[in-house]
Design a protein around this ligand. Structure first.
Ligand code: KG4
Ligand code: ZN
Length: 359
């Protein structure tokens, strides 16, 4: 089954064509196109929701056209030819449409949802609404040169670490899962972005903080790892942001190396608690697999920290992390989840749900 998937929950505009069906047929990505309005948000130091949605309105159709053409390896031609060919691919090759329906920014979600509903109605294709956060975890089920998704199995502990969310879940099967805990305030990615702003780093700051932290082997600066000793699975990162803010204002060094050391210390404080609580969850529930997902899981240090901790504790736990391109927001993960958990509903019932959560 071939699915055209759309993702517009935040600042990206994504369209992808994936092939797959339940767990019988591994999910393969035939095309995955992402248009980003990051340059605009970098200029304002963060996302202004209305700007994001305006850009997505411009990008959505060209992005879909490109994804459809690439999925059939059709060369680009004039705009009219492209449109005609994309139309033909959609009509003849695509079996269903999938779309992120939440959580996310309302204006952004509406762009994807209304486009998907229009395509579903006018091309008479079933439509599958997809939970953005669950899709982040199910990006691990995409087949790649390095990954045979049959090696990923239930049960697993899922850690979602994105710009808007930090959540820990226990998955017993595709549909039987339990939320164990999440952030009480800022998400891990949000904390990185806000701290990056205090350090005058470009938005989004996560990748830049990673680069700078990699330049130092250790740091004399230390920040508290929030909630690291609590017995629950809660997280909190706004206190860390305030602590770093105070440190930046009062400390006198202000060299590039000093900035790098702060980045190292911030990453350490955030990753210590993520690793500790996730591994504790695997022990508590007797689970041998961890799946990470979301933009922060693109961070190589976080991946390595998990691997080291598993080795140090002599655990048999396996850790799965999506390939970078499927870790940050993308439409292939939306298609992957829809292929694995194929539940179309009437197009009229699909609505944008900005506050969608796990209940
Ligand atoms: O999942 P995502 O693309 O969008 C949301 O659903 O929020 O996550 C974006 C977040 C941003 O906060 C960004 O700074 C962070 O992911 N991020 C990273 C890295 N790449 C992106 N954080 C740490 N290291 C990275 N390499
Ligand atoms: Zn996301």
């Amino acid at each position: 089954m071939k699915i055209l998937a759309l993702e517009t929950s935040c600042d990206e505009t994504g369209a992808a064509v994936v092939e797959g069906k339940n767990r019988e047929q591994a999910v393969r990505v035939l095309s995955n196109v992402t248009a980003t309005s990051l340059a605009i948000h970098a200029a304002t130091g963060g996302i202004i929701p209305e700007n994001a949605a305006r850009e997505q309105i411009k990008y959505i159709i060209p992005t879909i056209v490109e994804a459809l053409l690439k999925s059939e390896k059709i060369e680009q031609g004039s705009p009219e030819e492209n449109f005609r060919n994309a139309n033909m691919v959609l009509k003849k090759k695509i079996d269903a449409v999938a779309v992120t329906h939440g959580p996310g920014l309302i204006g952004s979600l509406l762009v994807g949802v209304e486009t998907a509903k229009t395509l579903s109605f006018s091309f008479n294709k079933p439509i599958v609404p997809v939970h953005h956060l669950l899709a982040h975890l199910f990006a691990n089920f995409i087949q790649t040169v390095n990954r045979d998704p049959r090696s990923v199995n239930f049960p697993f502990i899922g850690l979602i670490v994105s710009g808007g969310h930090t959540d820990l879940l226990l998955f017993k099967s595709l549909t039987n899962f339990k939320w164990l805990g999440g952030t009480r305030d800022d998400a891990a990615g949000e904390a990185l972005d806000k701290i990056g702003r205090q350090l005058n780093l470009p938005y989004p700051a996560g990748p830049e903080i990673e680069k700078r932290a990699n330049k130092v082997a250790k740091s004399s600066i230390k920040f508290k790892s929030p909630l690291i000793d609590t017995e629950d699975f809660g997280f909190s990162f706004s206190g860390l942001k305030a602590e770093v803010g105070r440190f930046i204002q009062t400390d006198e060094h202000k060299t590039e190396n000093w900035k790098n050391e702060i980045c190292y210390a911030v990453q350490t404080a955030i990753f210590d608690v993520l690793v500790k609580k996730t591994i504790r969850a695997t022990k508590m529930f007797g689970v041998k697999q961890i799946l990470l997902g979301g933009g922060v899981s693109a961070n190589q240090t976080l991946r390595t920290r998990f691997e080291l901790e598993i080795k140090n504790l002599k655990l048999k736990t396996k850790i799965f992390v999506p390939e970078r391109v499927y870790a940050t927001d993308n439409a292939a993960m939306i298609g992957s989840y829809a292929a694995l958990n194929y539940k179309p509903i009437p197009w009229k019932k699909v609505t944008a749900e900005p506050d969608l959560y796990f209940d």
